[in-house]
Design a binder for this molecule. Structure first.
Ligand code: URA
Ligand code: SF4
Length: 214
C-alpha cells in the first residue's frame, strides 16, 4: 500500500484579518491545502445566514455542487430538503457546509464518480469548517454522515451506534453548543430499503429540531 503524503493543510490559506464568512469564503477560493483543488472546478464553501442557530456539515461536494459552487444542490440535497421539510426546519434559516470543500472523484469516461475523502484530506480541510463554526456560532451542529462526524467528534466516533444522540462538543470546539450526528442523505439513495433508512434519518433530525425548540 502506498502511503499518502500528508497535505500541507488549509491553515495557511485562512485570511490574515477578519474571519467573517465573506472573508473566509473569498480566501477558501484559493485554498491549496490538499491535492483535491487540482481536479475539482472550484471550492464549494458553506452557505446560509451568518447567525444561523443550526449548522449542518456534510461530507464533500458532489458533481452538481462542484459545477454550481453551492452545497447540496444535487440528489443528496433533494433528500435533505425533504427531511428538513418533514421535521419543520427551514433550509434558508440554517447554515450548510461540508467537511471537505473540494469535490473528490474518479473519472470514468464522461462521468465523475464520487470518492470518499481520506482522513488526511478531512483533517487538512478542517480549518475551514472550524472557522465557519466560530463565525456562525450555532446552538446546534448536525453532522451528516461518517466523514463529518469523525471530523467533528473524533475518528473513533461511530454514526451507526451514536446517531441521534445529543452530544457535548469535544475540545477545542465552542463549549456552548450541542452536536447531533446522523447518516448522510445519500445513504438513503443508496439503501435497498429507502423508507426505513429515511425514517431513521428523520428521527435523528427530529432530535435536532426538538433541541432547538428547547
Ligand atoms: N454531499 C455532501 O456531503 N455535500 C454536498 O454538498 C453534496 C453532496
Ligand atoms: Fe483546501 Fe479543503 Fe480544497 Fe483541500 S479540499 S484544497 S484543504 S479547501
Amino acid at each position: 500500500m502506498t502511503r499518502e503524503p500528508k497535505p500541507v493543510g488549509a491553515e495557511q490559506f485562512l485570511p490574515p484579518g477578519s474571519k467573517s464568512l465573506s472573508a473566509l469564503r473569498q480566501a477558501a477560493a484559493d485554498c491549496q491545502g490538499c491535492p483535491l483543488y487540482e481536479a475539482a472546478s472550484q471550492t464549494v464553501f458553506g452557505a446560509g445566514p451568518a447567525k444561523a442557530r443550526l449548522m449542518l456539515i456534510g461530507e464533500t461536494p458532489g458533481d452538481y455542487e462542484d459545477r454550481a459552487g453551492e452545497p447540496f444542490v444535487g440528489p443528496a440535497g433533494r433528500v435533505l430538503d425533504r427531511v428538513l421539510d418533514d421535521v419543520g426546519l427551514a433550509r434558508d434559516e440554517l447554515y450548510l457546509t461540508n467537511a471537505v470543500k473540494h469535490f473528490k472523484f474518479v473519472q470514468r469516461g464522461k462521468r465523475r464518480l464520487h470518492k470518499t475523502p481520506s482522513q488526511l484530506e478531512s483533517a487538512a480541510c478542517a480549518p475551514w469548517w472550524r472557522a465557519e463554526l466560530a463565525a456562525v456560532q450555532p446552538e446546534l451542529l448536525v453532522c451528516l454522515g461518517a466523514v463529518a462526524a469523525k471530523a467533528v467528534l473524533g475518528t473513533s466516533f461511530r454514526v451507526t451506534k451514536q446517531h441521534g444522540q445529543l452530544l457535548d462538543p469535544p475540545d477545542p470546539l465552542p463549549p456552548n453548543m450541542r452536536i447531533v450526528a446522523t447518516i448522510h442523505p445519500s445513504a438513503v439513495l443508496r439503501a435497498e430499503d429507502r423508507d426505513t433508512v429515511y425514517k431513521g434519518f428523520r428521527e435523528d433530525l427530529l432530535v435536532a429540531r426538538k433541541a432547538l425548540d428547547g
